[in-house]
Ligand binder design. Structure first.
Ligand SMILES: [Fe+2]
Length: 297
């Protein structure tokens, strides 16, 4: 063993990591250290900057609670979450190259035990339900890559209010408002009623907010509906469908908007019709049904 120098420290660390029995952990940690050391050599942080970086990471933990996951938020606003999703979208194509519906971020607001509803039910039960011109009817069909409808798939949906708040952020909304699970029928179809969601800022009261302000970034996301669609024998599809008329489609603070996930939020135009409709269909890929850990209870 030679003494550590600025020039040989990266190789010394990699040599130690070489002994890791788990091949994937070995690969991930070696690559992490190679890139981290290259980053440090490039920016040459001062001791004070290193302290600030450590404080930022500690702050992510401190700002994380049952209501908010600041670690996921940090990954989102750095574009890391979406990059991982985009890479895995390609991997999920089947042998014939057929893609399922593209995935998008789970986000920090999914709750596992939302209520089960009958097809066509209304999931809006708070004061927002009185705003008639924001009425929202959502329909969709779930199919396999051959176009065959999938019956009995679970369609778990959640979205923000017309004021841009999830129920767990808003004392005016009842528990589990604007969230629900639906089952597809024999034609693979589901539908529900709600209110049109608005775009909203990501939480800016933690270290991620400090960073966004220093970078002069708009903290808003465009309006969207979250979906998690599952059935045994298929990969769980986690995605979002974005409002086509939202002016923030190209400035989403989490970099989530891929073209295929923009849905037509159609305004109703009949003499007695108000509100909006969204029709968006989904394709599941056969595979193992694995659910993510809920970011909040
Ligand atoms: Fe969201």
């Amino acid at each position: 063993m030679t003494f550590v120098t600025r020039d040989n420290i990266t190789d010394q660390v990699l040599e130690v990591f070489e002994r890791t029995p788990d091949p994937r952990l070995r690969e991930v940690m070696k690559s992490l250290v190679k890139h981290m050391h290259a980053f440090i050599r490039e920016v040459e942080p001062s001791d004070h900057e290193f302290e600030q970086a450590c404080e930022f990471v500690v702050g992510l933990g401190k700002a994380t609670s049952e209501k908010k996951n600041e670690v996921i938020l940090a990954s989102d606003i750095l574009g890391a979450s979406t990059l991982i999703t985009l890479i895995n979208n390609v991997k999920r194509a089947d042998a014939a190259g057929r893609m399922k519906t593209e995935s998008a971020l789970l986000g920090p607001f999914w709750r596992k035990n939302s209520p089960q509803y009958l097809d066509g039910s209304n999931i809006s039960h708070g004061p927002e339900s009185k705003v008639a011109d924001q009425a929202f009817e959502v329909t969709g069909c779930v199919r396999d890559p051959n176009g065959i409808p999938i019956e009995g798939a679970d369609v778990d949906v959640w979205h923000a209010s017309p004021l841009g708040f999830y129920e767990n952020q808003d004392e005016a909304q009842p528990d589990m408002n604007l969230r629900g699970k639906f089952k597809t029928n024999a034609q693979g179809r589901f539908s529900f009623k709600s209110v049109r969601p608005a775009g909203y800022p990501v939480p800016v009261d933690g270290p991620c907010g400090d960073l966004l302000r220093q970078q002069l970034r708009d903290p808003y996301r465009p309006a969207h509906v979250h979906y998690m669609i599952s059935k045994p024998g298929y990969q769980v599809l986690i995605t979002q469908v974005f409002a086509d008329d939202d002016h923030r489609l190209h400035t989403d603070v989490t970099f989530s908007v891929v073209e295929s996930l923009v849905g037509k939020f159609q305004q109703r135009t009949g003499p007695h019709e108000v509100g909006f409709e969204l029709a968006y269909d989904f394709v599941l890929q056969p595979g193992e049904m694995l659910f993510p850990a809920p970011p909040i209870p």
